[in-house]
Design a binder for this molecule. Structure first.
Ligand SMILES: CCCCCCCCCC(=O)SCCNC(=O)CCNC(=O)[C@H](O)C(C)(C)COP(=O)(O)OP(=O)(O)OC[C@H]1O[C@@H](n2cnc3c(N)ncnc32)[C@H](O)[C@@H]1OP(=O)(O)O
Length: 263
């Protein structure tokens, strides 16, 4: 029994990366990374928040400590796995979601499933750099993407240092991860929600020069809670600029502190 519990815990820790544990935290922030990304970038945010907020970052199969596992081919499968790994973390503390780009679709589906099946809901959903689920234009077929296409897209997106793009051998690995993530995204159903499926507050943050995203106001359709929008100067990866990252982190802290007043 104890062994099974330990095995489950180890498995969950592969899916949900927490680099800085905060036993006294009253909130958990669950971060959902962009396509082609690992969990480390957001897991490191844990160091930047005060002790009342513990940061966790989702790690999809096929990367980092999950390199041995095959990529997920269906987004529903990824969500089932994430929900299962998150459940033990979400029962005892308030939690919020933060997604960047593709991560928002996983975050949204995870929030929907948690609400429908477990009556659990984040206190706040922070959306960064993403078109609303029901406005998403056609996404190319992940399976047929070429390395050159992905390199050009990465240059456009602006979140990848040149050194990674120049080294072909190293890039091959990142290319395969991105291709798999886009293929997983191809299985996402971008239908308009018939009604607000969530009731938490939603904040949308984006770069003012981001050419990839559109119709951000559409995010308010997913919730009956309040909705706010903020922009910072920059493109799709505006959040790589330290002052913008600090803005996001301060905003998250402020919103979560305020949310305790209403709970
Ligand atoms: C054509 C098809 C279009 C289809 C669109 C579909 C919709 C997609 C919606 C999206 O999500 S768009 C986002 C697409 N993804 C990207 O643009 C990739 C952005 N770049 C990265 O994720 C990274 O630069 C990289 C490719 C290297 C992968 O980063 P990881 O963090 O997952 O890799 P890794 O764990 O191996 O980290 C490598 C090291 O580089 C560091 N690093 C990576 N990116 C960095 C960066 N930008 N600035 C500074 N450091 C960076 C990272 O912190 C780490 O340092 P440490 O080893 O010291 O921990």
């Amino acid at each position: 029994m104890e062994e099974r519990k330990e095995a489950r815990k180890a498995r969950n820790e592969k899916i949900v990366n927490c680099l800085y544990q905060k036993p006294d935290a009253i909130f958990r922030l669950i971060c959902f990374p962009w396509a082609g990304g690992g969990s480390t970038h957001f897991a490191k945010w844990g160091q930047k928040f005060h002790d009342l907020l513990e940061v966790h970052s989702i790690r999809l199969a096929g990367r980092e400590t999950r390199t041995e596992e095959p990529f997920v081919t269906d987004i529903n499968q990824a969500v089932d796995e994430i929900v299962c790994a998150l459940l033990p973390l979400l029962q005892d503390k308030l939690f919020a979601f933060f997604g960047h780009s593709m991560g928002n679709y996983l975050a949204f589906m995870t929030a929907r499933q948690l609400k429908e099946q477990y009556n659990l809901e984040p206190v706040h959903f922070f959306v960064s750099s993403a078109t609303p689920p029901h406005s998403q234009p056609q996404i190319p077929d992940g399976k047929t993407l070429t390395e050159e296409e992905v390199k050009w897209s990465y240059m456009d997106f602006g979140g990848t240092p040149n050194c990674f793009l120049i080294n072909s051998q190293e890039f091959q690995e990142y290319f395969l991860i991105f291709k798999a993530d886009v293929h997983m995204l191809n299985t996402y159903n971008f239908d308009a929600p018939l009604k607000a499926v969530l009731s938490c507050d939603v904040t949308c943050i984006f770069g003012s020069e981001d050419k990839i995203i559109s119709n951000l106001e559409g995010w308010k359709d997913i919730t009956s809670g309040s909705f706010g929008m903020y922009h910072r100067q920059g493109g799709h990866f505006y959040l790589m600029e330290p002052s913008h990252e600090a803005f996001i982190q301060n905003h998250i802290t402020k919103c979560l502190e305020l949310s305790t007043i209403s709970y």
